[in-house]
Design a protein around this ligand. Structure first.
Ligand SMILES: *[C@@H]1O[C@H](CO)[C@@H](O)[C@H](O)[C@H]1NC(C)=O
Ligand SMILES: *[C@@H]1O[C@H](CO)[C@@H](O)[C@H](O)[C@H]1NC(C)=O
Ligand SMILES: *[C@@H]1O[C@H](CO)[C@@H](O)[C@H](O)[C@H]1NC(C)=O
Ligand SMILES: *[C@@H]1O[C@H](CO)[C@@H](O)[C@H](O)[C@H]1NC(C)=O
Ligand SMILES: *[C@@H]1O[C@H](CO)[C@@H](O)[C@H](O)[C@H]1NC(C)=O
Ligand SMILES: *[C@@H]1O[C@H](CO)[C@@H](O)[C@H](O)[C@H]1NC(C)=O
Ligand SMILES: *[C@@H]1O[C@H](CO)[C@@H](O)[C@H](O)[C@H]1NC(C)=O
Length: 359
């Protein structure tokens, strides 16, 4: 990917088939067949981008997908993202046996579900694209791309999954498919609100290693005895949130980030003005702030999740700022950051700005 005039390879951790699909479409190369693992040839000094994309698969460009950079892993040169595309095939050939791609009664874990293959006229392996290639997955109303109500797009409609026998193994497939890491919770009873439209799947029984959630055994596509108040949801380890912790102030306090299911602190070396401003803006606390180093050491213990955050002018949220990798002990407790933002939620609430920052 060309980032600021420089080509970089992408890291394979969190790389998904949905991301790969967007890449293939963007390049006019059909759909993604697979994302082979293993070492790939990379020029010695090529920089590796640790950006993690969370595409649903429908996006026209990779850079339209939600992206996280903060806390990205150190990526070794053997671990770069890759994809094999189908090539520009627009024909659906009749030899294709559609039933292979249907969850109904098929084997528990068909690896390359959206496609079936056979020998082409020239003896080459030919890929046939079945109707289910149009399916997409997303998480809704969870406050980010890696938590929320599970929704699947099929036949031009977004629908949901019923929570009968919904568990962590099912959630695991969803999180992996979205490049969102590990599954932390499989939520039931419309925890993230009730959806609308069809209920596509019920009694899902994933082993956990399937490549797509619709490959898991179930009642069958569209078969269910549920209502939307039973919509299933997930929280994945890559779900991120931000808050200030203080006894009496809303726009000053200890900065905390939610990662891997736990609130932890942020370390302050080095933290430039541009990063502090980004944080204050994201919290709806004005356009600037300062580090406050005259506060006493904080009580209690928690992870020190991240250090070395360096936002740049082009970043649009803290999640896009580069930093050191997530680490349970990124710094000592006395290096946890306390920020005082210039804005004040109460003051802002009296002005027009408040409404903008609260919606
Ligand atoms: C793919 O093939 C179709 C039909 O042959 C053609 O109309 C289209 O322009 C091709 N796309 C690319 C990117 O080559
Ligand atoms: C399609 O595959 C299913 C399951 O593998 C099989 O039962 C069926 O006979 C196949 N149909 C054709 C037309 O090959
Ligand atoms: C998933 O795991 C089971 C057993 O643990 C195995 O039999 C099956 O082949 C695996 N499926 C895939 C798609 O890796
Ligand atoms: C997620 O699971 C953990 C552990 O089971 C639990 O403590 C927590 O309350 C759950 N969170 C939600 C939002 O369900
Ligand atoms: C996230 O949590 C899981 C278990 O809860 C743990 O195994 C894993 O190491 C944690 N990851 C990080 C980066 O702390
Ligand atoms: C730093 O925080 C303390 C405790 O909240 C506060 O009394 C002090 O005014 C703050 N200093 C600055 C420069 O914001
Ligand atoms: C986490 O940080 C500690 C020092 O704070 C370091 O020794 C360790 O290697 C780091 N772990 C990872 C996975 O980067």
């Amino acid at each position: 990917m060309n980032i600021s005039g420089r080509w970089r390879v992408l890291c394979a951790s969190h790389w998904s088939l949905a991301n790969a699909n967007v890449v293939c479409r963007q390049l006019g190369c059909g759909v993604a067949i697979s994302t082979p693992r293993g070492p790939h040839l990379v020029e010695g000094n090529d920089q590796i981008s640790t950006a993690r994309f969370h595409c649903s698969g429908a996006e026209a460009f990779l850079w339209s997908c939600p992206v996280t950079v903060l806390g990205g892993p150190d990526c070794s040169h053997g671990n770069t993202a890759s994809v094999i595309c189908s090539g520009n095939q627009t024909q659906v050939l009749p030899q294709c046996n559609d039933s292979v791609s249907e969850p109904v009664g098929s084997a528990a874990s068909e690896e390359s579900a959206p496609y079936c293959s056979g020998e082409g006229p020239t003896g080459q392996k030919t890929l046939f694209i079945t109707p289910s290639m149009g399916r997409q997955l997303r998480l809704v109303d969870g406050g980010g791309p890696c938590a929320g109500r599970v929704e699947i797009m099929d036949q031009d409609s977004w629908g949901t999954i019923c929570d009968d026998s919904w568990d962590l193994d099912d959630a695991r497939v969803v999180c992996r498919q979205l490049g969102c890491g590990e599954a932390l919770n499989a939520t039931r009873s419309a925890h993230f609100g009730a959806g609308s439209g069809p209920i596509w799947l019920d009694d899902l029984n994933c082993a956990g290693n399937e490549s797509h959630v619709w490959n898991c055994p179930s009642q069958g596509w569209g078969k269910h005895d549920c209502r939307h108040k039973q919509d299933a949801g997930v929280i994945c380890s890559e779900f991120l949130a931000l808050r200030m912790v203080s006894e009496d102030q809303q726009c000053a306090g200890w900065l905390e980030v939610f990662y891997n299911g736990t609130w932890g602190s942020v370390c302050r070396s080095p933290m430039e003005d541009i990063t502090v401003s980004m944080i204050c803006r994201q919290l709806g606390c004005g356009n600037s702030g300062s580090l406050n180093s005259s506060v006493a050491l904080r009580e209690g213990s928690r992870p020190q999740w991240v250090d070395g955050i360096q936002c740049q002018k082009t970043d649009t949220s803290l999640w896009q700022c580069p930093s050191d990798p997530w680490n349970y002990t990124s710094c000592s407790p006395k290096e946890e950051v306390y920020i005082s933002c210039a804005g004040d939620l109460l003051f802002l609430c009296l002005s027009q700005l408040c409404r903008m920052s609260l919606v």
